[in-house]
Design a protein around this ligand. Structure first.
Ligand code: CA
Length: 235
């Protein structure tokens, strides 16, 4: 049920790739390693990742060439790319960003920094930041006007509950773990406990009144927003 964000790690040095992969796995990501440009292309053709970590210096085509190509291709152009490189000077940084990379991280980097960069690009690309309207059943949320209605009746939500609801509605019927919600709604959650999510879910349900039953607790997994209210059992 739970979908972990996929990260394609394009890196020719096995030791670095392994270190990155282990850390990603420990932090709720699903890494796939490609050791050269050809393998990376095969992986990309098979499954579109949520983010690409792309080493600059690769055997065969360089990371820069790959970034340009993927950015130009309709299928891959929206996938965030973070360039990894030993080159730290500004000219290279600009070249990487010009090639279409979303961010740039110079080796050696800390795991904490890498994870923060990945979360940041994922947040920037997240569709819940659209200023659009979302509708699930009779529940409507308008991000532009900051309004939530149920059966056309306006509801009052705090800012965190609003963000949480926006995310849950954008990905309705999907189960989200507490740590995923912390990532997506709270951002970098280094100092926030997962218990915080439960507190805000409780407040959200209260604020939603009758529609609170749409926020379902999925035992052992997390939460989801569902239009199937009759099947939902709030805990
Ligand atoms: Ca390399």
């Amino acid at each position: 049920m739970r979908r972990l964000p996929g990260v394609l790690v394009v890196e020719d040095e096995p030791a670095i790739a392994e270190l990155i992969s282990v850390n990603l796995r420990h932090n709720g990501f699903r890494p796939v390693w490609a050791m050269d440009s050809a393998t990376a292309q095969v992986e990309l053709d098979a499954v579109l990742p949520d983010v690409i970590l792309l080493d600059w210096m690769l055997p065969g085509e360089s990371g820069l060439t790959l970034a340009k190509r993927w950015r130009a291709h309709p299928r891959t152009k929206a996938v965030p790319i973070i360039m990894l490189t030993a080159r730290g000077d500004e000219v290279d940084r600009v070249a990487g960003l010009d090639a279409g990379a979303d961010d740039y991280i110079a080796k050696p980097f800390s795991t904490k920094e890498l994870l923060a960069r990945i979360r940041a690009v994922l947040r920037r690309r997240a569709p819940e930041q659209d200023d659009g309207q979302v509708k699930v059943g009779d529940l409507c949320l308008d991000a532009a006007t900051y309004r939530v209605t149920f059966h056309e009746q306006a509801l009052k939500l705090g800012p965190t509950e609003f963000k949480l609801l926006h995310y849950l509605m954008t990905y309705a019927e999907r189960v989200h773990s507490r740590s995923q919600l912390l990532d997506k709604v709270w951002g970098d959650h280094v100092f926030i406990e997962e218990r915080t999510v439960d507190v805000h879910v409780k407040r959200l349900r209260e604020a939603l009144g009758e529609a609170g039953a749409m926020v379902e607790t999925v035992r052992g997994a997390g939460y989801r927003l569902t239009a199937q209210m009759l099947l939902a059992k709030p805990v």
